[in-house]
Ligand binder design. Sequence first.
Ligand code: IVH
Length: 673
Amino acid sequence: MAKNSAAKRIAELRQQLEEHNRRYYLLDQPLVSDAEYDALLRELQRLEARHPELSSPSSPTQRPGAPPSDKFESSVHLRPMLSLANVFDQEELEDFLERTAKALPGEEIIYVLEPKLDGVAVNLLYERGRLIRGATRGNGATGEDITANVSTIRSLPMKLSAKGKASIPGKIEIRGEVVISKADFARLNAQREEAGEPAFANPRNSAAGSLRQLDPRITAARPLDCFVHSHGWIEPMKFKSHSEFLAAAGRWGFRVHPLIRRARSAAEIVEYHEHLSRERDRLEVDIDGVVIKVDSIEQQRRLGELARSPRWATAFKFKPRQAVTRINAIVASVGRLGSLTPVAELEPVNVGGVTVSNASLHNMDEIERKDIRVGDRVVIERAGDVIPYVVGPLVDERRGNEQRFVMPDRCPSCGSPVLREQDAAAFRCSGSACPAQLLERLKHFASKSAMDIDGLGEKLISQLIDSGLVTNCADLYGLKKEDLSGLERMGEKSAANLTEAIAQSRTRSLERLIFALGIRHIGESAAAVLARAFTTLSALEQASTEQLEELDGIGPEMASSLTEFFADPANRELIAALRRAGVDPHYRVRSGGNRALEGKKLVLTGTLSISRNRAKDLIQEAGGSVVSSISSKTDYLLAGSEPGSKLKKAEAAGVRVIDEEEFWNMLEGGVPL
Ligand code: IVH
């Protein structure tokens, strides 16, 4: 490329990368995928290498991240926070290993392999074992002071524990990744959608948004977690290897990812990469690759670092689960409370092995912010097992006939007028007998965490509504086998099974029933609080707003939503009909007063489908306690996937080992119907 056009392209790439950095780091609203970002960065690196006279210290190739925003005080890192270079395939991995071996001739090199967590990097300064400051990465040299926010993260120790031989350095910068687990993310978004707030696109964005709140009370209400993966300044520095550091971090009370391994060869690294890439959907938090680090600190020192990244480490990314397709239409989908959500109908496309034909666009703000139009070619991404989402349109590929989406003014299901909610980006169908709302309400009522009616899925519910057999949840209990066996694809056996499953659901607990009613703002935990406080549905029905607000865990919005719900004659009639149908559970304390794990001591190991904190809470609620190491006094070892050395210890000590399924059974067994 001639020097002139190279200069032009370099300027263009720098400007694009600056903008992507700003969107990713400051606004938490990336427009391009990581893979596209990496491609641009590589192109710039190649051009700068070919034209050294055009390189500049302010180029994005020389500086990780974006400048700190002025919302927070700035905080200078004692040691810069570097980024990681990437390799994308086995060949590039072998190049990295060869370069490393060449720089350390004749030496044995041990590598540490870690999951690359898809979260937000933080730098935590501890002095004499106490948390002094927490900061974002910012531009690598200076970040934003978010001490108040990181202090709300329950898995971060405010004071380091000084157990065993891991003596605590006077001053240490601990670095880790703040994440939200996939399960917590799903719950958080469900709550937000219910409250008419814009949903987050993926767990990483929700963690980033939560961490950068100016009001730490908001951060505190978000399910943030933190895994430690590296360090900055340490004084005095006594560690000889990275793995020693990680072990010490674990003893000081940090979470260190359970799947960290050591390796010596390319083959072992490739095997680990393949293993994690297969397992990633089953892990608690999103990961997007593997990080490979030279273990010996002395070798790390000799390898040194480049401006942006160390020479002793690299990231081996997973293949992106992205695809490009066209938006054929955008339709308004009606929720159980009447809210209208725009959904993109896509030209079906395979994204990492799954065919995707539609994706929620969440709300009008999201459509406008990303400027998504009908007819656009768009990038679709599937992160972890999270539902696919539209990253953004390929604006350059527009042909001029793309259409902006306008929310309809009549409900697409029942034709009632659509109302725009005050000061929210939300739209709502005003119909009281809207079939689409009824379908969603029944789906929610029958769902696993509500009345758990096995076999009652969307298709069947649609048929029940269309045939006029069901107009509300209570009608389900009046269904006869003969009614059902007339329906499409419903044999006698399935009809019998379904009526049995419906009848069975009469015995569900009061908290499940309250949740199943689908009252706005009332999720599972609020339902549990209400069940405990009122013990029957009729008592709850009669509660005043003041009585409700007095309860711990019930806010003013929830209280007024409840009073509004019970003031509606149609809802009162529904509850009366449920009662007539024999659905009227009374709250009872866990099995006769003794809680399922009363007095039991549990040790946890391996990766569970829920976070350690959540597991701890559940165990404590059931009367048990969590201890850190196996002894003769331990009652159970709860072992997740990839259990650690505790499993052997437990077996040797004769401690009963239970898996997650048994654990849930134990807890469920303690909850009476
Ligand atoms: S080590 C000098 N280990 O990835 C090396 N980083 O792209 C510093 N990340 O800024 C980081 N998982 O926020 C390291 N196991 C891991 C990681 C990890 C995720 C993030 C981290 C870093 C970014 C670099």
